[in-house]
Write a protein that binds this ligand. Structure first.
Ligand code: PMP
Length: 281
């Protein structure tokens, strides 16, 4: 297995970082997770664009030009001979230097690797449970930062309560999930939080908004409350690995009749078509 670094493609075992690495010591970096369906990257340019936006927001240099990075990722995929459903993880940190909060004058550290990743077919068909959690994160969640402590704590709470996701809210206004964007459908209108600075601008989120319009739903990028969430006709969350995941129960109360909704199903089918997915859920 190979990974891509700023110095080219090397074996996974040969990447060694010094203990003073800013990703390790400060979470001083940004990352991306990119879906691969049957060996083909999905939404690749969208993810790479977001990576550059995240890096720029924290004044971090990406050690590749955009085109060169995309070409190198294709090379990595070929070298790894990836032909199944998989995902790519990629991160850039502010490099390795003696520990000091302010920026060091050293090159950034970059790596990207791939691993097999099956689609969550059964949850996609049956739906999942969610819980609510306070959104205690900072103001710039559009940056895909390595600092994920609040997200990790929220996800762990969800897991301990037997739920798939924690839906975050600030004073009763739903922002997003711990690792997903959140949508509701009420009276044929699709609502999701606007792509403001306090949520991640999900690549799946954007695609879903376009597909919803095509499917004849009215779309409102308007924030909604936890009460509206609980009273929605349909709820789903979106992410690169979870796609369009129906939410059928939140904090023990059923959404609709407790089964994935028909508009959610329509969007799932359109999504599978759009991303060229062959193994249908
Ligand atoms: N919000 C958060 C906090 C996330 O971690 C993710 C997953 N990357 C998303 C939303 C969904 O983003 P995407 O559709 O690009 O995977």
């Amino acid at each position: 297995d190979y990974l891509l670094t700023q110095d080219g493609i090397i074996t996974k075992e040969s990447l060694l970082y010094p203990f003073e690495e800013r990703g390790l010591q400060f979470g001083d970096g940004v990352y991306e997770v990119i879906r691969i369906y049957q060996g083909t990257f999905d939404l690749l340019e969208e993810h790479i664009d977001r990576l550059y936006r995240s890096a720029e927001a924290i004044r971090l240099e990406v050690p590749f030009a955009k085109d060169a990075l995309i070409a190198s990722l294709h090379q990595l995929s070929e070298k790894n001979d990836v032909q199944t459903d998989a995902k790519l993880y990629l991160q850039i940190t502010r490099g390795s230097a003696p520990r000091e909060h302010s920026f060091p004058d050293v090159p950034s550290n970059f790596y990207a690797y791939m691993e097999p990743s099956e689609r969550p077919v059964s949850p996609l068909q049956q739906g999942v449970r969610a819980v609510l959690a306070d959104d205690i994160r900072w103001d710039l969640c559009y940056i895909k930062s390595l600092n994920l402590l609040p997200n990790i704590l929220a996800k762990q709470t969800a897991k301990e309560k037997g739920a798939f996701e924690a839906i975050l809210h600030k004073n009763g206004t739903v922002t997003e999930g711990s690792s997903s964007n959140v949508f509701i459908i009420k009276d044929k209108i699709l609502f999701t939080h606007p792509a403001a600075e306090n949520i991640l601008h999900g690549c799946v989120r954007s695609r879903v908004l376009a597909l919803a319009l095509k499917a004849g739903l009215q779309v409102k990028e308007t924030a909604f409350t936890t009460d509206q969430l609980l009273q929605a006709d349909e709820v789903f969350i979106t992410s690169t690995t979870s796609e369009i995941m129906p939410v059928i129960e939140i904090e023990g109360s059923l959404i609709g009749n407790g089964k994935p909704g028909s508009d959610t199903r329509t969007l799932q089918l359109a999504y599978e078509k759009e991303s060229g997915i062959q193994t249908t859920a």
